[in-house]
Design a protein around this ligand. Sequence first.
Ligand SMILES: *Cc1c(COP(=O)(O)O)cnc(C)c1O
Length: 448
Amino acid sequence: MEKLKYERPVITKINAGMPDKFGMKSKHRIINKIDNVSVNDLLKEYGSPLFIISEKKIRDTYNEAYRAFSTRYPKVQFAWSYKTNYLDAVCKTFHKLGSWAEVVSGFEYEKALANNVNGGEIIFNGPSKSKEELIKAIKNGSMIHIDHFDELYTINEISNEIDEKPKVAIRVNMDCGIYPMWDRFGFNYENGEAWSAIKRIMLNNKLELVGLHTHIGTYITSVSAYQVAAGKLAELTALIDNVYQHKLKYIDLGGGFASKNTLKGAFLPGVDTCPSFDDYADAITTALINSTIDHNHMPLLILETGRALIDEAGYLAGTVVANKRLTSGRRAVILDTGINLLFTSFWYDHQICPTTENTQHAEDTTMYGPLCMNIDCVRDHILFPSMEKGDTIVIPRIGAYNMTQWLQFITYRPNIVMIDTTGKTHIIRKKEDLSVFKNQETVPLHLK
Ligand SMILES: *Cc1c(COP(=O)(O)O)cnc(C)c1O
């Protein structure tokens, strides 16, 4: 029998705080395999830290979301939100499943084209599109979602200069009970700005108004907000038909569905509070079906869901660099995965899971990253089992926004691998090295 490992005795303060609904007992989720592939084997092969994406999880999540909407409404189309995760392998997985592309910059637009997305299946959103980018998108037959009047005037100008008829929609912002209201994007519903933009578009016969768009916010756990938003867009759709006898092709409800992550300060874990795709689908499709839109001409329902489709499919694996004791007596752990790779740790209390069960004992701990920077704190406090230098961890549910908002700060960005549906792993973005920087930088001659 193996000799039991020595565990250093510690005295920990019992916090007589709020128990969770399961009582005070701490439970540590262990993650040692992802899709049956050993995490430690992956770390050995591809280095630590390492981003891991499960293709199977993407597919399963997408199919669940598509099913929720398509069983409740006749015409449904998802458009993959590039900024949530624009790794080509991730985008291609969504496109193979039938998703269009939703982009918010010229860069993302180019990425979608390079991923072979048909111009007619790219939705161009965002407050800042250059005239050149607009011309290119209009010539490709993409859907332009107008954000403000100045953009509308630029498109009017373009419509006089080129032969293609721009396909446009307006982004509408509205009061649907979510505060602060995201009124910085699009045209307001309540004060008549949206209707006024619609009138200007309908007066220009060189533009084709194809749809209406809204994106009410992100991580929205209130399904009734979506019901209100869908209802308001449906009213505008019916009004356009009444006044102009013009039938819109689609209503686009944007993204914003919550993922199962836990927001900082939340009492209950996100897994318990996050609505299901069925809940969102019910709210949205009920509003559309109960609206005054002509039932013989129901518009296509477009969804630009980002976070809720990819968060669960992404993992960040890493290694314990050191254990520390702070002057207060508090335990601290340094990980090789910092806020540079985990930007979402600014608003989520990310779960951090050991890869092995080594002790039942846990202590309130602060988790730091590897950066020489005071802000690099992944968790202020987490009840965490004792771990030694070199032990490995997995941070689940990080597929959304981290691989796009990551900071190239102090360290190279690590490998990203995808586990395909057969369990084979592929590098989908290789670790950076000095050559990445050498390629971009030049030193003036007099400094060489
Ligand atoms: C960011 C964004 C999305 C995706 O939002 P999620 O909260 O990740 O679902 C969709 N549409 C637009 C216009 C966006 O800006």
